[in-house]
Structures are given as structure tokens and as C-alpha cells.
Design a protein. Structure first.
Length: 343
């Protein structure tokens, strides 16, 4: 499989609020602690943050309230001006772009969805979804045809003439998602888009989100404070604390190999069955199939918790299948049970 290209790169990004922030920070000083910043009368919203988001991945940024995750995402799109650092989008340094160039980039290449739906109450579903294209100056027939395609994609076909007040919370969020997709963005920012929804609707929206991603293959930066949500959605996760990034890795990396005490504390209550994949407990495949054959097949990337019932039903090894359809190992009921007990 070809390596994914770097879509968005943040190098040593800082955002300090308060008078004299630029002069305090200096041109390349990365040694300032939280205490140094506070003593200077400043707020260190983002401190020396460096991340790389690969094309087509779901990159989740996590942290408690006030950790800086939303500020960092707004710096990425220059809705907030960073104090220092470098932000590269397809190799272009966004901090060197003019205000007019940034408007065009946001209009044509970036989609944004926030916790609060911010739908226009006087416009119908069709009007809300088509609105970004109207701002671009797209002809009415063209923009409405595109809007209808997206409305169907997010499962709201038949509600084109409804107003936001006539929709449920989950339906309103689907409209917000559809509106952000209307411009066919290359980079999609989602800031806690499901946190205001009831748990059942939230789960449905996560399923819908994954379905859309399987169809669209967008590059996504997704903010959440819910590790269970991150486990379901993320390719990789960054955990933030006090404006800095403590660790970046897969959900499995963060749970099994925490880099700091804070990450260990942050993930300590996470069920390993939800995080660990079958690959972590499988054994090498033998030269010949076991006596009586395999009990079945499971994909190498499936989580232990998802496969436990299937594997536990039979006292025979299961074949573990890689992404190319080839046998890569085998897993036994005993190995799964041991992992569940340790979890």
C-alpha cells in the first residue's frame, strides 16, 4: 500500500492571548513553561503544537475543557491567528496567505462543522445546504442539484423543504454536515459535532459519519472529549493538555503504551477489548490448517470485543485474514478470553 501524503502539517504552533505575546515568545523560543506564560500575564492556549495529518485519515484531537483543542483547530484554518509557527496545507504555508486567499481556501477547500449547528432559520434544508455554493456565486440550478445529491447522501431525502425548526437534533446536525460537504472540501474540520446529541442519536451519527467517510475518503480533523468516540472513529489521536500535545498515536498505542502519566490517567478506564485488535493476540499461522479446520475467519483489524462472541462460540482456532485477503495468523478462544480478563 502506498504511503499517504501529508495533507496538513503544523510545526511548533503557538497561540498566546494577551498584550506583548509576540515579543514574549520570541522568534524561535520553545522553552516557555506554563508558569512562565502565566507570570507574564498571558494565556497559553496552544503551546508548541506539532502534528501531521495524512491524506484520507481521521485525525482526532482530544483533551479536557480548556486544553486548547478547539483553539488549535481554529489556528489550522486561521479563524484565529497563531502567535508563531508554521501551518502547511498541501505544502502551502497558510500563515503567509493573504486574507483574500484564506477566504478562497475556506470557501473551496475546507469544510467546517461545529457543536452548535448554526443553521439559517429562514432557509429550508435545501437552502441551507446550497448556501455555501450561493456564496461562491454558483448558478442556482447547479447549486441546488449539488445540494440535493448531498442531502440524499446524508439520509435526508424528502426533507428538502423543511425548515430547521421542523427537524430533530440529529437531522439538524445532518444538515450541518451536508452544508459543509457541499463545496466538496479537501480538508474537513469537525469540532465536537455530536456532543449536543442524545446518546442513541450520537451513536447513529457516528455510524453515519463512518459511512460517509467510507464513501468520500476525506481528510478529517475531528475534536472530541469522549475516548469511546475516538476509538470508534480515529485512525490516530492527539491528546492535549494545557495547550501542548502529550502524545500522538493510534487508540491502541495510547492505551497500551502511554507516553506520559497524564495519558495513562486519561485512558486508564478504557476497556482494552474496545481498543486492542485481534492482531495483538493472534499467533503465527501454521503451515497446515488445524485438525478439523478453522472455526471461521476474522479480519486482522477487528477489535477483540467485537470478535469475542464469534470466536468464543467454538473451541477451534479462527483464521485471521489481512487486508489483501490472505491468511496472516490464527487466534484461539483462550487468547481472546485472557485478553478480556486482563482488560
Amino acid at each position: 500500500m502506498a504511503e499517504r501524503a501529508e495533507k496538513l502539517v503544523c510545526n511548533a504552533v503557538w497561540k498566546l492571548f494577551g498584550p506583548g505575546a509576540e515579543s514574549f515568545l520570541g522568534k524561535a523560543d520553545r522553552s516557555h513553561s506554563i508558569d512562565d506564560i502565566k507570570q507574564a500575564g498571558l494565556i497559553g492556549a496552544v503551546r508548541d503544537a506539532s502534528i501531521t495529518v495524512l491524506e484520507g485519515e481521521i485525525f482526532v484531537i482530544m483533551g479536557l475543557s480548556g486544553s486548547g483543542k478547539s483553539t488549535l483547530v481554529r489556528c489550522m484554518s486561521r479563524l484565529i491567528e497563531p502567535t508563531a509557527g508554521e501551518i502547511l496545507f498541501d505544502g502551502q504555508d497558510l500563515l503567509q496567505a493573504t486574507a483574500r486567499e484564506m477566504v478562497e481556501i475556506r470557501r473551496h477547500k475546507m469544510g467546517m462543522v461545529f457543536q452548535h449547528f448554526a443553521l439559517l432559520p429562514h432557509l429550508t434544508v435545501l437552502g441551507n445546504v446550497a448556501f455555501p455554493l450561493e456564496v461562491q456565486g454558483v448558478d442556482r440550478s447547479v447549486r441546488e442539484a449539488r445540494a440535493r445529491e448531498i442531502i440524499e447522501l446524508v439520509g435526508l431525502e424528502g426533507r428538502e423543504t423543511y425548515y430547521p425548526r421542523e427537524l430533530s437534533g440529529g437531522q439538524q446536525q445532518r444538515v450541518g454536515i451536508a452544508r459543509s460537504l457541499a463545496v466538496e472540501p479537501e480538508l474537513w474540520f469537525l469540532d465536537e459535532p455530536f456532543s449536543a446529541l442524545d446518546p442513541l442519536i450520537r451513536r447513529e451519527m457516528q455510524d453515519e459519519f463512518l459511512r460517509l467517510q467510507n464513501v468520500l475518503h476525506k481528510t478529517i480533523v475531528f475534536i472530541t472529549h469522549d475516548f469511546d468516540e475516538a476509538i470508534r472513529l480515529a485512525d490516530r489521536v492527539a491528546i492535549m493538555k494545557d495547550g501542548g500535545i502529550d502524545q500522538i498515536g493510534t487508540p491502541e498505542d495510547l492505551v497500551v503504551r502511554p507516553a506520559t502519566d497524564y495519558v495513562a490517567e486519561f485512558t486508564k478506564d478504557v476497556s482494552r477489548a474496545k481498543v486492542l485488535s485481534i492482531a495483538s493476540v493472534m499467533a503465527p499461522a501454521p503451515d497446515q490448517a488445524p485438525k478439523g479446520g478453522y472455526g471461521g475467519e476474522v479480519p486482522v483489524g477487528i477489535k477483540i470485543g467485537e470478535a469475542a462472541r464469534q470466536i468464543g462460540a467454538l473451541d477451534r482456532p479462527f483464521a485471521v485474514i489481512g487486508g489483501d485477503g490472505q491468511l496472516v495468523g490464527q487466534v484461539t478462544r483462550e487468547a481472546v478470553v485472557e485478553a478480556l480478563i486482563q482488560g
